[in-house]
Design a protein. Structure first.
Length: 411
């Protein structure tokens, strides 16, 4: 008799565990048809990874190893946690503008949550806290780093019946997250893996293929090292709202940079008691890079003339497209060299690879005034960021400093 009861109970338990831990709703209803980038987070997979990490690190059980004050923050927020959190970027908007749509299971609790988190009521069901903007529409909430596209998103998602419902398998496969770029019907997918002390982002099935550069760069200590071929050079300059055309004859880029804290003099003018103008000097410490940039070229004279035509070189032979002054631009037979004049920096040995390496530096993250303490702490724990590219294969590694706990318990 007991066996007859136990077997069905075990079966019911197994089915319950499956639906709670493994079954996922793969229908993505909150990605508008004008999205050009989609970030997916598999919340069940991430939760499972967190539980496993917690179970295998007893030092964290007491709460001393991890932050616990925000635990359960979303539990009573009135938000329904989806199986796949959908974050997207809308085409023709700024790179800094990202959005997501959340379902609300208890609107009253959500308003209490907003009040506790000190969101400002902007009227018309819109709320803001720092750079987080919210708009409530029925039992849904549009969240974003801006509110400029809220009305367009609401119209495309909620007020039309033709909005496409995507399948999660098109964007993500067995990883906690993914980043996908959409161009028409084409989707270029990058997996995001969260390891013990690193985050890997790649569209290549074997990320270890890119690890050869790591060992070559470990000996260096520069803040920035990079080598880029012609195509990557173009992409790099477009990111900074510049453009290098074929007419420049530039074929590759190599650069090395360090950070230095200097005293900056601020000159202002006032008046004494007799209304005579007097000069006032104040000093502040600022962080600036010392750098050297080598642009390999088929015709260095033509490259320099191209820069001059773009008004990137002034009468003092300074390269003004780089905001950090002073610097000097010069040339020889096959390269154009731009280097800061305050402190000499030597180019790192050439590896003939496509990479960008940024090492962490306390001068860098301490100078980021817009970040709060938590964000600065997260950045302070990063060791380096490495970008690699070979043909159509891309790889980014965010390497954290060694710690007693894995990243998922630290961050």
């Amino acid at each position: 008799m007991k066996k007859k009861i136990i077997v069905p109970l075990l079966l019911i338990l197994a089915v319950g565990v499956y639906f709670v831990a493994f079954h996922k709703d793969k229908k993505l209803r909150y990605i508008p048809d004008n999205a050009d980038v989609v970030v997916l987070i598999d919340t069940k997979k991430l939760t499972g990874q967190y539980i496993f990490s917690l179970a295998t690190h007893p030092s964290a059980w007491s709460g001393r190893g991890i932050k616990t004050k925000d635990s359960g923050l979303l539990k009573d927020s009135g938000i329904s946690i989806p199986d796949f959190l959908q974050i997207f970027h809308v085409e023709d908007t700024k790179f800094s503008e990202w959005y997501s749509v959340l379902e609300l299971k208890d609107l009253k609790k959500f308003f209490v949550f907003l009040k506790k988190q000190k969101f400002t009521d902007k009227g018309n069901n819109r709320f803001q806290k720092d750079q987080v903007f919210l708009m409530i529409d029925g039992n849904r909430c549009i969240a974003g780093t801006s509110d400029l596209a809220f009305d367009v998103i609401r119209q495309r998602l909620f007020q039309t019946s033709s909005n496409s419902v995507w399948d999660a398998d098109r964007f993500i496969q067995n990883t906690p997250g993914s980043i996908s770029f959409i161009s028409g019907q084409k989707v270029q997918r990058f997996s995001v893996a969260l390891n013990n002390d690193e985050i890997e982002i790649t569209n290549h099935s074997a990320p270890e293929f890119f690890n050869t550069v790591d060992s070559k760069l470990k000996k260096g200590n520069h803040f920035l090292q990079l080598e880029l071929d012609k195509e990557n050079f173009r992409k790099f300059t477009r990111f900074f709202n510049k453009s290098i055309a074929d007419s420049s004859e530039a074929i590759s880029l190599q650069a090395t940079a360090d950070l230095e804290q200097i005293n900056d003099t601020i000159i202002s003018y006032g008046y004494d008691d007799n209304f005579n103008e007097i000069e006032k000097k104040t000093f502040q410490k600022i962080t600036q890079p010392d750098y050297i940039i080598s642009i390999q070229s088929n015709d260095s004279q033509r490259t320099r003339e191209y820069f001059r035509s773009k008004k990137w070189i002034n009468s003092e032979s300074q390269f003004t497209a780089i905001p950090f002054q002073p610097n000097k631009i010069s040339q020889n037979n096959n390269e154009v060299i731009i280097k800061s004049t305050r402190k000499p920096v030597m180019l790192s040995p050439q590896l003939k690879e496509n990479y960008i390496l940024i090492r962490n530096n306390a001068l860098w993250y301490s100078s980021l005034k817009t970040l709060n303490k938590t964000e600065k702490k997260i950045i302070s724990e990063i060791d380096y960021v490495l970008y690699r590219n070979t043909s159509e294969n891309y790889y980014i590694k965010i390497k954290a400093k060694k710690g007693d706990l894995p990243l998922i318990l630290r961050w």
